[in-house]
Design a protein around this ligand. Structure first.
Ligand SMILES: Nc1ncnc2c1ncn2[C@@H]1O[C@H](COP(=O)(O)OP(=O)(O)OP(=O)(O)O)[C@@H](O)[C@H]1O
Ligand SMILES: [Zn+2]
Length: 618
């Protein structure tokens, strides 16, 4: 016969039976050999795991809770307090079991995430469709997804379109429409429609896998408070042993000394901070906000200043050409030259110009012979042996190209919030391309919500011109704006803000603002789904581009910190009450253990409340 290793739960049940029999015997038979035997067996059954753990901890030079309990139990047995020994070990075991069950709850959001992981994929091989596991899909495979099915790779749609529930990645509750050439993510569900996707990232490289990994790491990383508590308990437990030893030497009361050992277990205190943080981070992850660890969770709640990048963050970052003016050449020619010049640029302005040129004169365009990007100003390039300059007024001034005749006109467009891209040869201005980007629909609301949660100073940093920065700043009701900044200027401005107002968070989209994100007290990347750099460098990652998530995550952070404090104070209170009780001799060994385990449980249950945190709607 093969005996299966009994589960924790089964051992617990056996212990329940044993302790009940012991109790009945004790009450009705008083102290007989049988009674004692039952008590000892209970203590042994429930005590051995504790003893083992204590030994393991000792090997790492840690005297922990398990050691305290072991000493107390062995002591109780030695002085003939068998019932106390049985009761203490049983209660400790029960507490331990309930603890691990409840802690599971605070991690439940990770489980929800895990449940969303795709389990199968359908791949087209030749004319056949075969079903494989997601990790077997190769880059470049054509993956087929039907309604109700989960997408198993990150990739681009080759054929078809549909409504996709992206909540697993971005936390956005509403499905989005995606069609040919658009990007889709693993872990999302296609609600209606039919897609053929070219797999670009598979297995552990997908955004979904990255999120999971981040959340897991985040839950392990320790908050300051938690580190402090751990250091504290490293000295605390040996101190308690010394204390109860001296208590014994003074009073000669061994029961008193042993009781002190048990009730002084720092159990509730040690887990008070981590359970809150795990629950808080989990809540965020479910809403598409990844807070990378406890320390950041603690910092977030105390942010005084929020600095937004403009392009792509406060605006949609999808500018389009709103008008073209030409001086001495055709408008089409201005566009053609500009588009050729932008060929190698990744700048959103460049994309707008190239797109417009494509619409006007169809695909197929010329490439520049030499092209040079001038950061924060634009670029210069050579096309058909002519040297051109394309960019803002600063660029033209550097080249001593006169702009006074068109100055008034440029300023008036800029006051409307538009960006003016100027094209010139080495002598004069040839054209002006007016480019408009729209402010995000939820930006204004997000800013006022941030004010209502008490952010003192909200500012915008941009490389764009002063007039359009001002227009947007006024529209959104920002406290201040800084314009015409080079990337290194953004870093400097952030430092000034930090000095003047305190902890500063920088919100960006990760496009040309990475240095700023990295140098602020807290870097918050948004719309990060799909952008690995942003996901990796930022401290807080908003998977979607919903700006409202900012006030939500600040509220969450404050609730988490409050929850953590409640737990710590509660644990300290219980510990000191028990200590007082022991010293006036009204708390017994097993009762002390009962209260102690109960307080641990309450601390966890308090943290579980956080998993249901929602932002109050105003
Ligand atoms: N490729 C380009 N083509 C034309 N103009 C450019 C180009 N790159 C930069 N510029 C000019 O330089 C300015 C500053 O660019 P920069 O990339 O520093 O900021 P931005 O991305 O436009 O704004 P933000 O800082 O809000 O993201 C732009 O507003 C534009 O006038
Ligand atoms: Zn930017």
């Amino acid at each position: 016969m093969i005996i299966k290793k009994p589960t924790k739960k089964n051992i617990l049940w056996i212990a329940v039976v044993l302790i009940t029999i012991s109790f009945v015997l004790k009450e009705f038979l008083a102290d007989t050999l049988i009674t004692t035997c039952f008590m000892l067996v209970t203590a042994l059954l429930a005590g051995i795991p504790v003893f083992k753990k204590a030994l393991v901890a000792l090997r790492y030079k840690i005297i922990g809770i398990d050691a305290l309990v072991t000493i107390a139990v062995v002591g109780a047995v030695l002085i003939g307090e068998y019932w106390e020994a049985a009761a203490v070990t049983f209660l400790f075991m029960l507490g331990d079991y309930l603890e691990s069950r409840t802690i599971e709850k605070t991690r439940s959001s990770i489980k929800t995430l895990l449940d969303q992981a795709p389990v199968k994929a359908r791949v087209r091989k030749g004319s056949q469709e075969i079903e494989v596991r997601p990790e077997e899909v190769m880059k470049g495979d054509h993956v087929i997804v039907k309604p109700g099915e989960k997408i198993s790779v990150d990739g681009t749609i080759l054929e078809g379109s549909g409504y996709i529930d992206q909540s697993a990645i971005t936390g956005e509750p509403l499905p989005v429409n995606r069609g040919v050439n658009e990007h889709v993510f693993s872990g999302t569900i296609i609600e209606s429609g039919y897609l053929i996707i070219s797999a670009e990232k598979v297995g552990d490289d997908t955004t979904f896998a990255k999120i999971l990994e981040l959340v897991e790491d985040a839950q392990d990383s320790k908050a300051k408070t938690q580190q402090f508590l751990e250091r504290f308990s490293r000295f605390y437990t040996p101190a308690i042993i010394l204390l109860s030893l001296s208590l014994y030497l003074v009073t000669k009361d061994i029961v008193l000394a042993l009781t002190l050992l048990v009730i002084a277990c720092p159990g509730a205190l040690v887990i008070s901070a981590p359970v809150s943080i795990v629950a808080g981070i989990g809540n965020g992850a479910r809403s598409g906000v990844i807070v990378k660890g406890g320390e950041i969770m603690e910092k977030l709640g105390t942010v005084k200043v929020i600095a937004f990048d403009k392009t792509g963050t406060l605006t949609y970052g999808k500018p389009s050409v709103a008008g073209i003016q030409a001086f001495g050449i055709k408008e089409r020619e201005v566009l053609r030259i500009a588009a050729a010049g932008e060929s190698y640029s990744e700048h959103p302005l460049a994309k707008a110009i190239i797109q417009k040129a494509g619409e006007v004169s169809g695909p197929g365009k010329s490439l520049p012979e030499k092209s040079e990007i001038i950061t924060g100003k634009g670029l210069s390039f050579t096309l058909d042996s002519v040297r051109y300059y394309l960019g803002n007024r600063k660029l033209m001034m550097d080249q001593s190209i006169r702009i006074d005749e068109i100055e008034e006109q440029i300023l008036s467009q800029e006051r409307k919030g538009h960006t003016q891209v100027l094209l010139a040869n080495s002598e004069k201005i040839l054209g002006i391309i007016t480019i408009a980007d729209r402010v995000r629909g939820d930006a204004k609301n997000a800013v006022s919500k941030l004010k209502s949660v008490g952010i003192r100073h909200i500012v915008m940093l941009t490389g764009d011109n002063d007039r359009s920065a001002k227009a947007i700043s006024n529209e959104l009701g920002l406290d201040e704006y800084f314009s015409e900044l080079l990337p290194e200027d953004k870093v400097r401005v952030l430092r000034d803000l930090q000095e003047k107002y305190g902890r500063t968070a920088m919100v960006g989209d990760g496009v040309n603002d990475a240095p700023a994100l990295a140098s602020s007290d807290l870097g918050i990347a948004m719309g990060a789904a799909g952008s690995d750099v942003a996901i990796e460098t930022a401290d807080v990652v908003l998977m979607s581009s919903e700006l409202d998530k900012l006030s939500y995550v600040i509220g969450l952070s404050r609730s988490t910190v409050r929850n953590m404090r409640q737990n710590i104070y509660f644990a300290l209170l219980v510990a000191s009450l028990l200590l007082a009780g022991v010293l006036v001799r009204s708390v017994h060994l097993s009762f002390g253990m009962l209260v102690h385990e109960f307080s641990v449980l309450l601390v966890i249950i308090n943290a579980v409340r956080l998993t249901g945190y929602k932002e109050k709607s105003r």
